[in-house]
Ligand binder design. Sequence first.
Ligand SMILES: [Cu+2]
Length: 167
Amino acid sequence: MMRKRKRKRRRMMISKYRQYLVTLLSVFVFLSYGFAGDSIVVRDAWINEAPPNARVIAGYMTIENRSSKTMVLTRVSSEQFKRIEIHRTEMHGDIMKMVPQEELGIPAGGTVSLQPGSYHLMLVGPESVPQEGETVSLVLHFDDGQILNINSPVRAAKSSNMHKGSH
Ligand SMILES: [Cu+2]
């Protein structure tokens, strides 16, 4: 008697759990679809090619905010690196300095370019240094909880998009 009842209860719990999972999954799909929409568009992402023993690598991209409110990039992560910092290169007299940024705001309807000599991502502690032709998977986290996954190709800085262009 007792055993039967217990089994029944467990079955109910499993089905509840399953229901919960399905709900959670559909919320997830909805959110990522909603985001895939248009509020943030990333273009021209690239990772600077670096020697195989490099401990830090720079990453660049153009982030466009098509929404009607400021979007704030709060965090960037990648499974291929220990951590990723947002930096800005500043000139102090003759001295070039990289200043870590807590976050990066992209104004409504505006564009922020991460490029050599300005804002950039500092990819710290590579699992193995990615070489030209490979890509780095980056996850961009925004202050409203939205998340954007991008694949960034690795290429040499000399063939920079400034003049030659990649398309
Ligand atoms: Cu830096």
